[in-house]
Design a protein around this ligand. Structure first.
Ligand code: NAG
Ligand code: NAG
Length: 442
């Protein structure tokens, strides 16, 4: 390169000083360009703090950080676990602006503060005969002794004092209907003695259900095989097993796997009531769209729109996080019609009480969803649409009216689901959505 003369050197220096701050571009930094790189990380908002936009050396900017980020460029994620919020051996996981505790059974609650260890009433009688059923029953002594499921009560006395399945039953089970959803943290099992001989269940599985029809086998977190519990070793001793994680269900089945002489059982269930909410207050915690407890993999959509067909400006469902900032800051589908949806897989059946929605800002154009429907599913295949309580029609939720404010809608009544879909029904300019789901872990 030719060594510049004095005059051109001055010009070069002046040009080099025109460093545009935040998302401003152009020879004189005169143009707002949301697509330009900003120095602020983690969705921080870049703001110029001197009155002039000319971009001379004295110009400065600040990054306004999202909650739980700090540093000049919002580069540091504040560790929400630093204060050790999880009690009783709970393991803390840091989220954006929040934390979550993984509690060892029998502790439950946001901070593992609650011990969930009530005896639910097999021994005490609070669980009545009609709540207990079984796949089969053994009749002893010429059919005169009935070893029925209603006898399967811990420490039951008498000559006939337990449940025994029929000897020909290849898939025996005993089922308790708790008549409402409960949280179970453990089970105590015991065998019995028949004609002076010990009979008991040496190993068993546990399955649970919300409706009494579809049962899910209990597995340890992250494992693909059914958990097999170690049961009894004699006719009188008791064995306690904890459910880790706890089981939330209305129906529970004990499924004998290995029995000594016969599948004979006395038992007690350990757990606690779910929090009983007369309304949604107390069950309206963000489920983690904003905090990222809900991971990117848990979000999907019918389609995604790309600004100018460019991949880096694709409005992915992973951007539908409440208060998301940046160039592409929401989910937007390829087409603007009522076939489009965004889906959250909560990975376990969750009680949901409400939703917060928010529009988006795209290159200066305001766009938002003004009316939407919500549908939900437990298997990701068959879907129910949230209904209007009064009319029984599909509920049309009133959504947003601008590009930024939060609109909260409650689900009345709340529902349980693993999968939730938001189906935009009416919109301004184009479908663009940021959101948060509200509910609790009960
Ligand atoms: C929405 O648009 C897509 C693509 O044009 C089309 O296949 C689909 O049938 C449309 N759905 C409705 C409800 O109009
Ligand atoms: C979008 O929302 C922001 C924040 O409320 C507001 O400052 C801005 O004016 C809005 N944009 C338009 C084009 O209305």
């Amino acid at each position: 390169m030719k060594r510049p003369g004095i005059v051109s050197s001055v010009i070069l220096t002046a040009a080099a000083l025109l460093v545009c701050l935040c998302s401003v571009r152009g020879n004189y930094c005169e143009r707002q360009d949301p697509a330009a790189r900003t120095p602020c990380k983690n969705d921080g908002t870049c703001e110029i703090i001197t009155p002039t936009r000319r971009g001379d050396v004295f110009n400065e900017y600040i990054c306004k950080c999202q909650p739980s980020f700090e540093g000049a460029h919002c580069q540091t994620n504040v560790n929400d676990c630093a204060k050790q919020p999880c009690k009783n051996g709970g393991v803390c996981r840091d989220l954006d602006g929040d934390y979550t505790c993984q509690c060892p059974s029998p502790y439950v609650g946001k901070q593992c503060q609650q011990r969930c260890v009530s005896l639910l009433g097999m021994e005490g009688g609070a669980i009545v005969e009609s709540q207990i059923s079984a796949s089969s029953v053994h009749y002893g002594i010429l059919g005169l002794q009935r070893w029925g499921p209603e006898l399967a009560r811990l420490n039951n006395h008498g000559l006939v004092n337990a449940w025994t399945s029929d000897a020909h039953d290849r898939n025996p089970w005993i089922e308790i209907n708790m008549q409402k959803k409960m949280r179970l943290t453990g089970i105590i099992t015991q065998g019995a003695s028949r004609l002076g001989t010990a009979e008991y269940i040496k190993a068993f599985k546990v399955a649970s259900s919300f409706d009494g029809n579809t049962f899910t086998s209990h597995r340890l977190d992250g494992q693909r095989r059914d958990k097999v519990f170690v049961g009894n070793t004699d006719n009188e001793g008791t064995k306690t097993n904890l459910f880790n994680p706890p089981i939330v269900a209305q129906y529970i089945r004990i499924i004998p796997v290995v029995c000594r002489r016969a599948c004979t059982l006395r038992m007690e269930l350990v757990g606690c009531e779910l929090n009983v909410y007369s309304n949604t207050a107390g069950c309206s915690e963000p489920r983690g769209m904003k905090s990222r407890l809900i991971s990117d993999e848990q979000l999907s959509a019918s389609s995604s729109y790309s600004t100018w067909g460019i991949d880096t400006f694709t409005w992915h469902p992973q951007y539908a996080r409440l208060d998301k900032q940046g160039k592409t800051n929401a989910w937007s589908p390829a087409h603007n019609n009522r076939s489009e949806w965004i889906q959250v897989d909560l990975q376990k059946t969750t009680r949901l009480t409400g939703i917060i929605t928010q529009g988006a800002k795209d290159f200066g154009v305001v766009q938002f969803v003004s009316v939407f429907q919500v549908s939900y599913s437990n298997d990701g295949e068959s879907w129910d649409t949230v209904k209007d309580e009064n009319t029984g029609d599909d509920m049309l939720f009133q959504g947003n009216i601008d590009n930024n404010s939060h609109k909260k809608n409650l689900f009345e009544p709340p529902f349980y689901a693993r999968y939730v879909r938001v189906v935009p029904w009416e919109w301004h300019e184009r479908i663009a959505l940021r959101m948060e789901l509200l509910g609790c872990d009960d």
